[in-house]
Design a protein around this ligand. Structure first.
Ligand code: NAD
Ligand code: IPM
Ligand code: MN
Length: 364
């Protein structure tokens, strides 16, 4: 029995998650996986319903599940809440931290049919196939944060208030760096053996510890070909020559930014799935957000969420054949020329969220 908790959340989460759930149901039936699906509240939707973006019941339900499928959280309606109550912080970051999900795996793969969907030139993106391993429970996101009055002492010795001071601290410990690099090495072993560790070791102390740790571990793992690169250069190299990368490992905020950028190599942020792992129960979530600009219009691309279901089958349930059947179904639909607006290419047929979900299921 596979107990799966479904958390649609906000914005397009409400539209894409039902499509992915129906894909999961069909694949589970075909491959003999006995599903027990439950739905829970999270994000702004949970604030509106019960006054809290991560209700205790939702967290408890996560802990009793074998896997969790999340849409997205956040939106303009909740942007003005105090920082600690915002869905992004109080629900998503709290859930990742609460479940101990220190690693976010974001595969960035370009389906050949989508070469013309990328904003980049075809000859640059064709053949893109990389995985970004993003540290998910450390760094700036979880450091000490505060504001206080910003004062200077005048010549007469008086404290003069000049405005405000805002502080975010960036902390990494050796064990945090070691465990994420270990996952990157394990991932690389199943691929080319190449790992690019991305940091800002020319400026940041936390990055210097990161780089030293990576190099020490590489010395103990001679089968791994580890290189380090500064994050600013990596941002440039990703669009100059993405095929030089296979596995990228990096800290939380660099990974957040680089993966949105890398998503354009796959055609759209709507194509980028993810798995947040390392803790009590894995969380499968598209890399994109709640897309308020298109929410409620039936335009959202459900493929990142559908491909996150494939990751769930592979990583949580060890069902590689079932996972591949989803990826192949997606490929056939794209090859047949069907596109949501975000991946539209010349001559293709534009369809909406529910049509895309239905076409993928037809191909299963
Ligand atoms: P976003 O990823 O929601 O949207 C960025 C752009 O990409 C928008 O133009 C949007 O329409 C488009 N887009 C995103 N997903 C798409 C899809 N599946 N199909 C087609 N187009 C898609 O990022 P944002 O606009 O910066 O943030 C919107 C809200 O989502 C904010 O509240 C933000 O905090 C939140 N957010 C949540 C998550 C999450 O829950 N994991 C991730 C990122 C952002
Ligand atoms: C993501 C999102 C989140 C992050 C936000 C919503 C907290 O951008 O999953 O990439 O920065 O991790
Ligand atoms: Mn992000």
């Amino acid at each position: 029995m596979a107990k799966i908790l479904v958390l649609p959340g906000d914005g397009i989460g409400q539209e894409i998650v039902p499509e992915a759930v129906k894909v999961l149901e069909k694949v589970a039936a075909k491959h003999g996986l006995d599903l027990q699906l439950q739905e829970g509240l999270i994000g702004g939707a949970a604030i509106d319903a019960v006054g809290k973006s991560l209700p205790d019941e939702t967290l408890a339900m996560c802990r009793q599940s074998d896997a969790v499928l999340l849409g997205a959280v956040g939106g303009p309606k909740w942007d003005t809440l105090p920082a600690a109550q915002r869905p992004e912080v109080a629900a998503l970051l709290a859930l990742r931290k609460g479940l101990g999900l220190y690693a976010n795996i974001r595969p960035c793969f370009l389906y050949p049919a989508l070469v013309d969907a990328s904003a980049l030139k075809k000859e640059i993106v064709v053949g893109t196939d990389m995985v970004v391993i993003r540290e998910l429970t450390g760094g700036l996101y979880f450091g000490e944060k505060f504001r206080e009055a910003y004062t200077v002492t005048s010549l007469s010795g008086e404290e003069v208030e000049m405005g405000e001071k805002a502080v975010d601290t960036l902390v990494y410990t050796t064990p945090e760096i070691e465990r994420i690099l270990k996952l990157a090495f394990e991932t690389a072993r199943k691929r080319s053996g190449k790992v690019m560790s991305v940091d800002k070791a020319n400026v940041l102390e936390s990055s210097r510890l990161w780089r030293e740790t990576a190099q020490r571990m590489a010395a103990d793992n001679p089968d791994i070909n580890l290189e380090s690169m500064y994050v600013d250069n990596c941002a440039m190299q990703l669009v100059r020559d993405p095929k030089q990368f296979d596995v990228i490992v990096t800290e939380n905020m660099f990974g957040d930014i680089l993966t949105d950028q890398a998503s354009m190599l796959s055609g759209s942020i709507g194509m980028l799935p993810s798995a947040s792992v390392g803790g009590e129960v894995a969380l499968y979530e598209p890399a994109h957000g709640s897309a308020p600009d298109i929410a409620g219009k039936g335009l959202a691309n459900p493929l990142a969420t559908i491909l996150s279901v494939a990751m769930m089958l592979e990583l949580t349930f060890n069902m590689t054949t079932a996972a591949d059947s989803i990826r192949n179904a997606v490929e056939r639909v794209l090859n047949a020329g069907y596109r949501t607006g975000d991946i539209m290419t010349p001559g293709a047929k534009q369809i909406g969220t529910t049509e895309m979900g239905a076409l993928v299921r037809e191909q299963l």
